[in-house]
Design a protein around this ligand. Structure first.
Ligand code: DUC
Ligand code: ZN
Ligand code: ZN
Ligand code: ZN
Length: 484
């Protein structure tokens, strides 16, 4: 059965034009005027765009003594409701566990996905097994991105020697390095000091991770990636110091990308102050929300292209889960939701305010990350042959965000009460209608894994450094001339 999307305006990362789209067999079969299909979806007054890709989610993730509450079913349903048609989750091996065993657990969880998905692999420990498994994960499993936590000391954190070893291995194999960039040693010290001084409330979480810890770790990761010759993707860039390091690296010709979250773009540190315990704790995430100056920096980065992708780090915990941290902020499970709201919030605060063009919106919500992850143009494109992951976007449709009507499994929403204008009329996942005239009609298990190949030829870091090959012995004789 074919479906035709009629009377809409197609918006891609670089073009805006009027045409119909014929969808058949889960893919885009034809783009042009006056197309006919078995079924019609009316896109009058709407933009037809590539479905959103959220490259940073944690669904049913074991973390801080519990599991994040949205799983692959509710998480992808939330995504589709908001126009997101693909998510990328992080597979987290336990200490000492092989990467191949860890991926089996993620394979089992993800069978319930309503839309397509892929995985990043996390490097949570280092050893010969990980070194060997990386090759299999890249070459046989189609996972070319590896995340490293520079924070969460004593749990997920890797040290610089491990980081350098892993980056070198990725450089050899054509993978992409990712980092959660916060200095975990400094955070641990500051946390202990704050607690010892009696600062136990959720606002102390923000004080324990100032922007400098992120700026330092981002710059360190960039320098280490440069020495290893590996491209680097910095997740949840939340502050000017980190953005500055990324900007500088880009100007120097290094292949480095930064990913702000919709939460950091639209919510600020006041959420932790003058707020009751639950309100503040529900917003505890790492990095924490920042002040307006940092927000302005992130918006400027999206406008200038120094920041490339808007994600969510969707990692949703219920109020009950958050309350584990009453009396000790360091025990509050870190994480916030955003999958359903990323696209409407970015449209409302980005496009409707004139900060971003609709084409830039498509670039930062879908096309840029599809290219970085090496799944373009299967994803992130409106092209014949591409997967029919599409959103028919109604710029006039509005709502007030409310937990009571959301798809997510948790009992609150960090954007509660925000008005958004710009919502999906239809969302299609590989041609199947998952949002039908605003109504969510997902199919559990419809989602398929998206394999992504490594790119060994062009995916090197574009460092200004020479390749660090074996050093040549230098023969010197005599006394150096003055000044040498
Ligand atoms: N930050 C969070 O807030 N939650 C999940 C992991 C992370 O890095
Ligand atoms: Zn992180
Ligand atoms: Zn994360
Ligand atoms: Zn708002």
């Amino acid at each position: 059965m074919s479906t035709v999307i009629k009377n809409g305006t197609i918006v891609t990362a670089d073009l805006t034009y009027k045409a119909d789209i014929l969808v058949a067999g889960g893919r885009i079969a034809e783009i042009g005027p006056d197309l006919k299909g078995d079924k019609e979806l009316d896109a009058t007054g709407c933009y037809v765009m590539p479905g959103g890709i959220d490259p940073h989610v944690h669904l049913e993730m074991p973390f801080m003594g519990t599991y994040s509450s949205d799983d692959f079913e509710s998480g992808t349903r939330a995504g589709l409701a908001g126009g997101t048609t693909m998510v990328v989750d992080f597979c987290l091996p336990n200490p000492g566990e092989s990467l191949l065993d860890a991926i089996k657990r993620w394979d089992n969880k993800s069978t319930r996905a309503n839309c397509d998905y892929s995985f990043h692999m996390a490097v949570t420990w280092w050893g010969e097994q990980v070194f060997n498994d990386m090759k299999t994960i890249i070459q046989d499993r189609g996972i070319n991105t590896f995340k490293h936590f520079l924070a969460y000391k004593g749990a997920l954190m890797v040290n610089d020697d491990e980081l350098f070893a892993s980056f070198n291995r990725l450089s050899e194999l054509g993978g992409i390095a990712m980092v959660h960039a916060e200095n975990g040693d400094v955070v641990a010290e500051m946390t202990a000091k704050l607690l010892a001084e009696g600062n136990t409330g959720p606002e102390a979480h923000a004080y324990s991770r100032p922007s400098q810890v992120e700026g330092e770790a981002t710059n360190r990761a960039i320098m280490i990636a440069d020495m290893a010759g590996v491209p680097l993707y910095v997740v949840h860039t939340s502050c000017e110091e980190a953005h500055e390091a990324i900007r500088r690296a880009k100007m120097q010709g290094k292949r480095v990308w930064g990913e702000p979250l919709i939460q950091h773009l639209t919510l600020d540190e006041n959420e932790y102050f003058n707020a009751d315990w639950d309100h503040a704790a529900r917003r505890v995430m790492s990095p924490p929300f920042r002040n307006k100056q940092h927000q302005d920096s992130l918006w400027a980065g999206l406008q200038s292209g120094s920041l490339s992708v808007v994600a969510t780090d969707h990692c949703a915990f219920t109020t009950e889960q958050k309350r584990t941290g009453v009396g000790d902020f360091s025990k509050i499970p870190n994480g916030t939701g955003g999958l359903e709201d990323r696209m409407p919030m970015l449209w409302t605060h980005g496009v409707a305010t004139g900060r971003l063009t609709p084409n830039e919106f498509v670039a930062v919500t879908s096309t840029n990350i599809a290219k970085i992850l090496n799944c373009y143009p299967k994803k992130g494109a409106v092209l014949v042959g591409a997967d029919a992951d599409l959103v028919v976007w109604d710029p006039e449709k509005s709502k007030t965000i409310q937990a009571s009507t959301q798809q997510s499994a948790i009992d609150y929403n960090v954007f509660e009460g925000h008005d958004v204008k710009g919502l999906p009329r239809y969302t299609l996942t590989r041609g199947q209608v998952a949002v039908n005239d605003g109504e969510v009609q997902t199919q559990e298990g419809h989602g398929k894994f998206v394999a992504r190949e490594a790119n060994t030829t062009v995916n090197k870091a574009l460092s200004t450094w020479k390749e660090l090959t074996s050093p040549q012995p230098v023969s010197r004789s005599g006394i150096p001339a003055t000044g040498v």
